[in-house]
Every structure is written in C-alpha cells, then in structure tokens.
Design a protein. Structure first.
Length: 91
C-alpha cells in the first residue's frame, strides 16, 4: 500500500477546491437565459469583483452595474463599476 504525505494531500485538496471556485472557470455554466431588456449586475463582498469581471467577459449583451468589494480585492472591468470599501462596515 502506498503511503500519502498528509501535507501534500491536503495541499492538493486545497488547490482543487480553489480552482473549482474560480469564477473565470465556472460562471459560464451558471448563467441564466438572456432576459429581454436591461441586465444590471449588483454585488457586494470579497468575491463579487472577480465574479462581476468573469460575468462581463462571457455575457454577450449590454450590461451595467455596481459591485462593492473590500480594499485590495478589485478586478478589471469595463462595463461594471467596481468600488472598494472598508470591511465589515463600508466607509
């Protein structure tokens, strides 16, 4: 029987979990049907900027919106405004 190094095993599990939660890889599978009219994105939280940026890359229609994230968690976005604020209480 092969013995597995616990640190290596736990590191592999952690890396797999982080990769599985990456919005760039997963958001396309969870998009709704394109609605008639405007699409507005609203979000808050540490992961919201990454999710908004990923959404913007795969959504082929017009979008607009605002996302508030913690300082240091912003992401590049052209059509969704991303602002940073204090956490847990916005400043």
């Amino acid at each position: 029987m092969t013995e597995i190094d616990p640190k290596t095993f736990l590191t592999a599990i952690f890396n797999a979990a982080v990769a599985a939660a990456d919005p760039q890889r997963t958001i396309r599978d969870h998009l709704p049907a394109r609605p008639k009219g405007r699409t507005i994105v609203v979000g808050a939280g540490k992961g919201s900027a990454q999710m908004a940026a990923a959404f913007e890359k795969v959504w082929d229609g017009p979008i607009e919106g605002l996302v508030v994230t913690r300082y240091g968690y912003a992401a590049a976005s052209q059509r969704i405004e991303i602002i940073e604020a204090a956490h847990p209480v916005p400043d």
